[in-house]
Design a protein around this ligand. Sequence first.
Ligand code: ADP
Ligand code: ADP
Length: 237
Amino acid sequence: MIEFKDISLVYPNGTQGLKDINVKINEGEFVVIVGLSGAGKSTFIRSINRLVTPTDGELIVDGENILTYNGRDLRRLRTKIGMIFQNYNLVKRSSVMKNVIAGRLGHTGTLRSIFNLYSKEDIGLAYESLKRVNIEEKIYNRADELSGGQQQRVSIARVLTQKPKYLLADEPVSSLDPPTAHQVMTYLKQINKEDNITTIVNLHFIDMAMEFADRIIGMRAGEVVFDGPASTVTEKT
Ligand code: ADP
Ligand code: ADP
């Protein structure tokens, strides 16, 4: 469970990124955060794996206040949180295989990854993960040979090899055309339900939020201005 308790974040230049956030996210939920550019969606998401650090309040993940974390605790936190970005964040000149295995080996370079030494188990896991997003035939292609939608599916496969408890997706479909965006959202929802990965996605399209979310959180100027089941969102909010 993730709980924001009176969370505020003021950036060093004085910009208020988050203001008095009180939100509890339960196991297995598929939460979509919506709001205009600058509303604080990315700051909210990045607080959860401590890419940014709130300046006030408590942020509880699995019973611990992660704002007191450093070093080893942060690495432990990040191994259980998968990340998906707008620009896919693949190593473009590496194979799809190598990119996907990176989810399993962790984010820091290990000797095995530097020398491309993968076990049969690693390769099998990469293949199975790629298969779940229907891109296994690209396993030996270079990442930059793939379309945007295909690259985002590879980044989903990378998360699957990581087997995280939580998934944070920061504008995962903003660079994609509408049909491709819809397909990527469908895969995200599918792994949320099948693997019970608690998922938080930032979107700026309310229609897609209403289609996919269990719950929608609306943000404006660093504050939560709406929080409820997708079915209760009307055109006006
Ligand atoms: P969103 O993801 O909804 O577009 P952000 O969380 O990126 O919103 O930004 C929230 C506010 O914080 C905006 O006013 C933005 O300009 C500001 N902001 C974001 N990152 C920084 C930063 N590193 N330093 C200063 N201000 C920032
Ligand atoms: P370092 O740069 O020394 O690795 P960081 O504090 O940046 O230290 O990261 C700590 C750990 O979290 C490292 O293993 C790092 O690779 C990993 N990490 C960095 N960024 C992310 C991210 N966006 N999501 C998950 N883990 C990350």
